[in-house]
Design a protein around this ligand. Structure first.
Ligand code: MG
Length: 379
């Protein structure tokens, strides 16, 4: 039974283009299904999370990351009586707007777009589902429900929020999105904090000794080694990471349940009226999570081997962007048509190029770049 504060089909603010209700599915199931069937979702398989695709087959990609987010999100949603379908839909869609080459890619494209309104992957995810996917006869984009779109737009600058209408409203009013949206946001963080520990150790960019300075890791690792002193290291790491996830997920469920009760939130509108997020860790776990994040930023994301690969990719993206902007004929026909439609409007032209570049997978961008520099034959 869903809790009274969960999102439901009946309380949904609906779709931009009205459609008959689905016959055998809920509205949010339909959203989830549309996301899974879209091209941007399939491209996540070849987009960098932290490790560039060709570095190895075992590292997380944006696709496996998104699936892990959905798994954690659904577990918490079920435990709290929230809408699992909505949580899953938001989780699977949250990174659809990501550029190739991870955060370095997003920074590069943002720099290219500096004079044209900038580039932000979160806004781009919304743009993918609202406009860029062209699959349905009756409407542009995927025509998702307000609640899924609200969840995709995690954060937003005030100036942008004004342009976005109803979906940007909460950033102006300083109100909250649904609990499912709040949850997908935290599930994202739980997924990457933990899988980056695993991937970082696998790549030998960080060590267990270093990680033992991080309380969240040390507590679980020490317990594992104490109980299973002969466990091979790789297995001890997996056992530790699974316990770390268990630790924060349990805390999240308990603390969120407590906060919902304390706030007296009985409906989704009660949730939206809150000044602060109700989906939250307890103070001690929040502190420990921040400590882990700081560790990963200093030791993994800033590691010269990660930086080296992603920095060289930055050059690729910038060169592609400027080449396409100068000569749109280098882009596929559908983008050339959009450029013709844009006429002399420089910002719109740049946005079309950014859409094309952002949509690329890592390897597609590398191939296009090789064609541009003559290392690969065109065609
Ligand atoms: Mg993510």
């Amino acid at each position: 039974m869903p809790a009274s504060y969960a999102a439901t089909d009946d309380t949904s603010r609906g779709r931009q283009f009205s459609e008959p209700r689905p016959t055998h599915r809920s509205e949010y199931q339909r959203d989830r299904d549309r996301i899974i069937h879209c091209a941007a979702f399939r491209r996540l398989e070849y987009k960098t999370q932290v490790f560039v695709n060709h570095e190895g087959d075992l590292y997380r990609t944006r696709l496996t990351h998104s699936i892990e987010v959905a798994q954690i999100g659904r577990t918490v949603a079920r435990a709290l009586g929230l809408n699992e379908d909505l949580t899953e839909a938001i989780s699977l869609a949250h990174d659809l707007g990501h550029t190739p080459f991870g955060h370095a890619g997003q920074d590069a494209l943002n720099e290219c777009m500096r004079d044209y309104g900038g580039f932000e992957h979160n806004l781009q995810s919304l743009r993918v589902v609202d406009v860029l996917e062209e699959r349905y006869a009756e409407f542009p984009g995927l025509n998702l429900t307000f609640e899924t779109r609200e969840g995709i737009l995690k954060h937003c600058a005030i100036a942008k929020a004004r342009e976005l209408g109803d979906i940007g409203r909460r950033f102006l009013d300083k109100t909250q999105p649904s609990l499912e949206a709040q949850l997908a946001n935290v599930a994202d963080e739980i997924a990457y904090n933990n899988h980056d520990v695993d991937d970082g150790l696998r790549a030998e960019l960080i060590t267990i000794e270093q990680l033992r300075e991080v309380r969240l890791f040390a507590e679980q690792y020490d317990a594992v080694v104490r109980r299973y002193p002969d466990l091979p290291e790789r297995r001890a790491i997996h056992e530790t990471v699974r316990r770390m996830i268990g630790r924060v997920v349990t805390d999240l469920i308990e603390e969120t349940g407590r906060r919902i009760a304390e706030a007296g939130a009985r409906t989704i509108e009660d949730v939206r009226r809150q000044r602060v997020s109700l989906v939250a860790y307890s103070e001690p776990v929040k502190e420990q999570t921040l400590e882990l994040k700081r560790f990963l930023r200093a030791n993994l994301y800033a590691h010269e081997r990660v930086r080296g690969v992603t920095d060289s990719s930055v050059g690729i993206l910038k060169e592609l962007f400027h080449a396409f902007l100068r000569d749109p004929a280098l882009m596929p026909g559908q983008y050339q048509a959009k450029i013709r439609e844009a006429g002399r409007d420089a910002a719109t032209r740049a946005r079309i190029v950014a859409d094309y570049v952002a949509g690329m997978t890592d390897r597609y961008a590398q191939r296009e770049h090789a064609k541009l520099t003559g290392e690969l034959p065109v065609g």
